[in-house]
Design a binder for this molecule. Structure first.
Ligand code: BGC
Length: 768
């Protein structure tokens, strides 16, 4: 049974009732972020029960020394981890000398959490009876400001309900924190200064090795009857923590509110010596605007995000909540303001995957950001890889490749490879192809070619060179083969001729050759610069052409399908539906060798190729391959259901498409994989968006035009989404039997609807 305690609501994530078993899961689900930092929904006050504390700053990482059982040459020295940063949310409450701790309270009533996705804030409330008989009501509201993105704000309201009492509120900062996933239990932070003055406090610390200097800061103000309470707080500090206590003799039922601002200034964005000044200036700005002003601004800023990216579903509240949760979390993780940043698979909600960049960004996230933001955001994601090109070339050199061949890392923070499982680090090389595909995809969608001559062509050349060196000629097959790889399906390792990787590599080489021709003709200066920089020769490009025209692809005549790899049909072909439920998920139930020998597929592999290169295959071929591979697919990667949902929709199998959709959109809310406490699956959330827009909406770019083939799941009355296409916002509403379209801007736009041209005129709604 999946988790089902989250209340259905179109705009909020709601939990009611206190259950200690759920604390860690809810800490993930109610996470907040603003692109520059993020945090799990930890309690402000002491909690001695099971919890996973986490607050993270974008781009601040630590190179944790690699730990493996058996060292292999070529392994990276370290795994760059997004760091658990000093805690600034802490507010310890004690009443008549007794600490408030929900783990030890006699009773907790009316416990509720709400994550308001429309307005971007989180609230927790409860009434608790403490061991000393005090009945206390707490309402705590907090948000991470989009407007001042180094700042978070908390309003923590306390009321003693059954008598007069002395309330002590201790607001503090604490840098004595660790990463749960530290390899060697190293200290990651060095704290150099702990300081408080007036109602502000600061901790200056830097990460070891990477030396990111950080100032964690706070300001606390106590309110009685809605007015600031003029009192001198008592300051307290030790080597790693600092804070201040406010003591109030509260009347029965009197509302005391502690308002706390906090956050980080970091040397990534400021001069190291200026961090405390920068913190003070952020706090000054916050004080000037005030909590209520910041809160209003937060609502406005989220409204403008939703204005571009909302998907409205009528007739299915859980589906509605699911898609908004996905869109909300993607925006909390990455807003595209900084091309040094990227989208970690867990965002700011946990530590697994190190918070680093995977191929997920190019293969899954880019379409979402292209269609729901301005073009510069997608450009930033592409630029990120250009900035890492030198490192990708070094990475390939470490593995024995030469002459400018580039292998982008499987996992990275700064361009260097971090992953250290040989079958992935050395063999899951298809990631290189997704990066090239993203360049094509960006041009196809935006019609902006400028990235290619400026940056992209160099990336493509590095990637094409890698592929050329990675294939070898097989005398036996009289064609080029690629040996020892892992495809997207990580349940097969060290296989030969993974169809997806071979196909992608061939496409990359051909695409690169084409772009070379185009840049030479249309951007001669860039061409000359690139050729001189890369020293690309005609002999080399001739060798590419020869290779690309003679690559081996495993194929079964019997089933008329491409085979995932050489020898796939030697397996015992028992379908997933014939496996006992108790055997699944196989990654938890089976030994690794058993998984590798089985036909079971973790996520789309051949079908990932059919997704990227849909136009290269007929509908009949898609159907054949889908029917051949899906029955062996266990979907044990969060990236799997969305691709299958899109393809099922393309095949007109809406019921199946819908089942996959539900699985992707509520993966975390319903905790399908029983691991939500570790954090959310951020990158696959973009896949959920694709399932609606590309799957049900059938949106594609065809012949330089936007094209739709709308369908609607039976369970829904209607759905509507918006996309930014080349600067014009198009709204599509799909109902049973009809769809309507409108467009913003000053010019008409022709789109294709079910293959027919429809002209959209700004200000008019067109039914089609
Ligand atoms: C998937 C990869 C993915 C990674 C991070 C793995 O489970 O198999 O394809 O890149 O998770 O999301």
């Amino acid at each position: 049974m999946n988790q089902d305690y989250i209340k259905a609501d179109p705009w909020s994530i709601i939990e009611e009732g206190f259950d200690k078993e759920r604390v860690k899961s809810s800490e993930s689900l109610f996470s907040i972020g603003n692109g520059a930092m993020g945090q799990r929904a930890n309690f402000e006050e002491t909690y001695t029960g099971e919890t996973f504390q986490g607050s993270y700053i974008a781009g601040v990482y630590y190179p944790d020394k690699t730990r493996v059982g058996w060292w292999k040459n070529g392994y990276p020295e370290y795994f760059a981890k997004v760091l658990n940063a000093p805690n600034w949310i802490g507010i310890d409450i004690s009443i008549d000398g007794e600490p408030l701790d929900l783990n030890t309270c006699r009773e907790v009533k009316d416990f509720a959490r709400q994550l308001n996705m429309k307005e971007g804030w989180y609230q927790r409330s409860f009434v608790a009876t403490m061991p000393n008989g005090i009945e206390v009501s707490v309402v705590s509201t907090r948000f991470l400001s989009l407007h001042l993105d180094e700042l978070g704000a908390i309003k923590y309201e306390v009321q003693v309900l059954n008598r007069e009492a002395e309330i002590t509120a201790f607001a503090y900062l604490d840098s004595g924190i660790k990463n749960m996933d530290s390899n060697w239990d190293d200290q990651f932070w060095n704290t150099t200064r702990v300081h408080s003055e007036g109602n502000r406090a600061f901790i200056e610390s830097h990460t070891l090795k990477t030396n990111f200097a950080t100032c964690t800061f706070m300001e606390a103000t106590l309110y009685r009857d809605g007015n600031a309470y003029e009192t001198e707080p008592v300051h307290k500090k030790d080597e790693l923590a600092v804070g201040m206590s406010f003591v109030v003799e509260a009347k029965k039922g009197e509302k005391i509110a502690l308002q706390k601002y906090g956050g980080y200034t970091v040397s990534r964005n400021h001069n190291s010596s200026e961090l405390r000044n920068a913190a003070n200036s952020t706090l000054d700005k916050a004080s000037e605007i005030g909590f209520d002003g910041l809160f209003e601004q937060q609502k406005k800023d989220w409204a403008s995000i939703w204005e571009m990216s909302d998907i409205e579903i009528e007739g299915d509240i859980k589906a509605q909540q699911g898609i908004r949760f996905n869109i909300f979390q993607l925006n909390q993780t990455y807003l595209g303001k900084d091309s040094r940043l990227n989208i970690g698979p867990k965002g700011f909600t946990g530590e697994k995957y190190g918070g680093s960049t995977y191929w997920d960004t190019e293969a899954y996230c880019l379409p979402f950001y292209m269609a729901t933001k301005n073009q510069e955001v997608a450009w930033s994601l592409l630029e990120y890889r250009y900035n890492h090109l030198e490192k990708a070339i070094e990475n390939a050199e470490k593995l024995g490749f030469k002459d400018g061949a580039a292998l982008y890392p499987m996992v990275t923070m700064n361009g260097e490879e971090c992953h250290n499982e040989w079958e992935i680090t050395f063999e899951e090389i298809h990631r290189n192809g997704a990066i090239a595909f993203a360049i094509y995809n960006y041009h196809r969608y935006t019609n902006d070619y400028s990235y290619v001559p400026k940056m992209g062509l160099e990336v493509l050349i590095g990637i094409a060179r890698f592929w050329q060196q990675r294939f070898n000629y097989s005398e036996d097959k009289q064609s080029y083969v690629m040996l020892g790889v892992t495809g997207p399906n990580e349940y097969e390792n060290n296989i030969n001729n993974n169809w997806y990787t071979n196909y992608l590599a061939k496409w990359c080489i051909e695409y690169t050759s084409e772009q070379l021709g185009k840049v030479e003709k249309e951007y001669p200066e860039d061409y000359a610069r690139i050729i001189s920089k890369t020293q690309l020769t005609v002999a080399e490009t001739n060798a590419w052409d020869k290779l690309a025209s003679n690559i081996y692809f495993p194929f079964s005549e019997k089933y008329d399908v491409y085979l995932q790899q050489d020898g796939f049909l030697d397996k015992e072909m028992i379908r997933v539906k014939d496996l006992a439920k108790s055997e699944r998920p196989i990654n938890q139930k089976w030994s690794w060798d058993r998984i590798l020998r089985s036909p079971y597929i973790k996520q789309a592999d051949v079908l990932q190729g059919f997704y990227f290169f849909e136009d290269h295959f007929s509908q009949g071929q898609l159907e054949k391959h889908f029917d051949f591979y899906e029955p062996f697919t266990v979907h044990e990667s969060s990236l799997s259901p969305c691709v299958h949902s899109i393809q099922a929709a393309k095949l007109g199998r809406m019921e199946q498409a819908y089942t996959f959709y539900l699985r992707t959109s509520r993966l975390d809310l319903d905790d399908y994989n029983k691991e939500v406490e570790e954090g959310l699956h951020i990158t696959s959330m973009a896949g959920t968006w694709m399932s609606i827009v590309e799957g049900f909406g059938g949106m594609r770019v065809k012949d330089n035009q936007l094209s739709f083939e709308p369908q609607i799941p039976e369970q829904w009355q209607s759905y509507a989404f918006k996309v930014n296409f080349r600067g014009q916002i198009i709204t599509i509403k799909v109902e049973k039997g009809t769809s309507s379209f409108s467009v913003t801007g000053d010019t008409d736009l022709d789109v294709l609807v079910n293959g027919k041209t429809v002209t959209l005129t700004p200000g008019k709604v067109v039914q089609a």
